[in-house]
Design a protein around this ligand. Sequence first.
Ligand code: ARG
Length: 479
Amino acid sequence: MMLLTFVVLLTAAVPSALASGTTGTSDSKKLVLGTSADFAPYEFHKVINGKDEIVGFDIAIAKEIAADLGVELVIEDMGFDGLLPALQSGRVDIVISGMTPTEDRKKSIDFSDTYYKSKQVIMVRNEDKDKYPTMAALENEKIGAQKGSIQETIGQKIPGVKLTSLDKISDIVLQLQTKRINAAIVEDTVAAGYLDDMIGLAHAVPDEEQVAAAIGIRKGNTELLNAVNGTLERLKSENKIDQMVTEASQLMADREVASPNIFEVFRQYKSFYATGVGYTLLLSALGVIFGVIIGLIICLFRMHDTAILRWIGTAYVEVIRGTPMLVQLMIIYYGLSLTFGITFSALQAGILTLSINSGAYLAEIFRAGIQGVDRGQLEAARSLGMGRAAAMRFIILPQAFKAVLPAIGNEFVTIIKESSIISVIGMVDIMYQASVVKNITYQGMNPFLIAAAIYFVLTFILSKLLGRLERKLSASDRR
Ligand code: ARG
């Protein structure tokens, strides 16, 4: 606990400039919007003037709300099923994501008046157009739906289905294309964007029942709720919402077909990757720095004379090494926030997880290094009249450091690669951006090959630099 507090304090000291960006939390001059931008024409990514932008009629509505409130709109794109926890924990102020105000959701958040209605449809591959004349025909079929959505609930009720729930609609569309599922449940407005375009999807069973979309607001935030309803009222009376839907549908329709050439894809989306590289480097650099600090402390604990400290050190290493980093990340990002009200931004949670994790591995590396130095060295130093500390500093540690440098280098390379896990909480790193590009282009190979190439270049440069340092340090050995 003490260590955790320590790291928390350290990361809190990271200048807030670093912590902002895509990870802003609520403050008075900003309205932080949570959305899952995979839902054209509601909200989706679009390259406008070479830059990635989130557009759609939900976004247009959000802009009107922000304008009416006289605040700046900040958009946070995340998985649909992360929206409720994000709103509850105060990470976002408002959720506009084509969300249906269901009874279940009303238990945890409040909803505005509804602003749009749609129906459910089943999407299939073109060749299966006539295969499913009714909903009942989907029995025992492999189907897909968005995780946390009402479509998932609908799917779960069909007898015998094998349901695949994924974060993003485009992931489900890719599953359909690659024949991992045979049908997907989506909303008609959204399906319209996919039908008859290059993917070759058709829509089969329509469902007559209409569902509505409303805006989610944290419970008890009546002031914002009233403001939002006010804006919706105004937009409806000016007939603006229909107009926004039409505009968004047009934006959705004129999407460019991505080139199959990987260099072309890179050229077109390089700004996405550039942002990703920035965050990956920031994340890994801070992860390494705090990781080394934690590693040193834990190493000292593990080698301490006091049994209790040794025990704490060992427990730390065993627990952290013995549990998956993804699980640790979920606990830090969602767990602490929902249970204890300690809310970290995605960047903070990412740095914390990486440092805690690499701290455990580095502690072991440091210990191995120190214990690897021959006992005789210490004895010789002591007999020459050096104190314990001096012997450590001038005799033991330099040798230990040299010996474990390759292992430390390995750990740094690992951190760069593992930082890709942080993308699941919406940290805009290389991996995250690769998925965004995948979602825009519907290409499964190029976006990831580009990401792989970038990671490789980063780790390769790092290992060359470390190799150089190693050679420099071992120069004295060869004399
Ligand atoms: N209306 C459905 C629901 O509330 C699906 C909404 C999905 N929205 C999104 N942005 N992906 O569950």
